[in-house]
Design a protein around this ligand. Structure first.
Ligand code: SF4
Ligand code: MG
Length: 337
């Protein structure tokens, strides 16, 4: 298979004391080997839950996989894998980079130990081979004096360096799939740019396929080849980066693009937020989930949830405006990259 990942109609809910939250409501996408795919959307859209489900990182309960399939590397059905199988896969074939490296690094363990642990346990490397690999990984992510660095603790590193260490840990086992969830959000702007540059470089150097989860379209433009836009637990639009930036078709994507500061004035530009809030996922609307915030909503939008309309081989969007009988609308903004 040329796909490292095939997600089909994935549904994930959380059982809470207040009822069932339908966090992911039928998500489908694929990831080709060597590809960088971005998943974008506001917080609460289901992008992190989707990623964490792919790695089975959310405990169940409270999360429940309600349906669908996640096929990894053409052979492993992730939704049906045991805890033990998942531990092995995560230690040898998948890596994850989180937003806040401080909470995912162990403060009481040297960086070297944190890199070598998985290599010894899951890949059967000897201690000395693992140590060598740790030094090599720290070098790869651009840390100077890696031989000394392996003996240091997380608090001895700056925020940007800690994120480099996280990347080193995630890549140490040469994963086939790397998932980065808001990898630069906690960092300041200059460091963000360096980490993005590093991840781009690594995606070219290593064989890993990458999913990058972000609300930052600047990250998408810099890193990804394809993009999935999620809203209220569903994919509302998907396409190549060019299709999404230059020819977006879904009103939510229009809103997202308009809410992006220009890349050259990133730090002080005004964000134009999309008015309104996402729907309550305890009781999702029966029609289009974006209808309450959409300036183009029509009668049918409140009644029937639109299917994805294919636009090209790579581009599709779920919106009634793409129906042949829909009234024409003028796209509100021209967005440049
Ligand atoms: Fe707006 Fe209707 Fe399209 Fe939903 S289906 S985004 S409400 S026009
Ligand atoms: Mg998140």
């Amino acid at each position: 298979s040329k796909n490292i990942l095939e997600v089909k109609d994935l549904k994930v809910s959380f059982n809470t004391y207040a009822g069932e939250v339908q966090a992911v409501r039928g998500v489908s996408f694929h990831l080709e080997k060597g590809e960088v795919l971005a998943i974008v959307g506001e917080s609460g859209c289901g992008k992190s839950v989707t990623a964490q489900t792919i790695m089975r990182l959310i405990p169940s309960p409270p999360s429940v996989i309600k349906g669908g399939s996640v096929l990894f590397d053409g052979k492993v059905e992730i939704t049906k894998s045991s805890k033990k199988e998942m531990e092995k896969i995560r230690g040898s074939e998948m890596g994850m980079i989180f937003q806040d490296p401080m909470t995912s690094l162990n403060p009481t363990m040297t960086i070297g130990k944190q890199i070598t642990e998985g290599l010894i346990k899951h890949q059967g490397l000897s201690r000395s081979a693992a140590n060598e690999r740790a030094v090599e990984m720290l070098k790869l992510v651009g840390l100077s004096n890696p031989e000394g660095r392996v003996n240091q603790y997380p608090h001895e590193f700056s925020g940007g360096m800690r994120q480099r260490v996280m990347i080193a840990i995630a890549l140490a086992c040469s994963p086939k799939l790397l998932i980065a969830d808001e990898p630069t959000t906690a960092l300041d702007v200059t460091i963000q740019a360096q980490i993005i540059e590093l991840m781009k470089e690594l995606s070219e150097k290593t064989e890993a396929s990458i999913i990058v989860i972000t609300h930052d379209l600047g990250v998408v433009a810099e890193m990804a080849q394809r993009v999935i836009v999620m809203y209220a637990g569903k994919v509302v639009e998907q396409g190549t980066v060019d299709e999404l930036f230059y020819d977006p078709k879904h009103p939510y994507t229009w809103g997202l693009l308009r809410s992006v500061p220009r890349l050259d004035q990133r730090s002080d530009a005004e964000l134009v937020p999309i008015p309104g809030t996402p729907p309550d996922l305890f009781a999702p609307p029966k029609g289009c989930a974006f209808a309450a915030r959409c300036p183009y909503a029509m009668g049918i939008c409140l009644e029937v949830d639109p299917d994805q309309t294919p636009l090209t081989d790579t581009h599709a969007a779920a919106c009634w405006l793409l129906h042949p009988d829909a009234p024409p609308v003028e796209r509100p903004v021209e967005v440049g990259r």
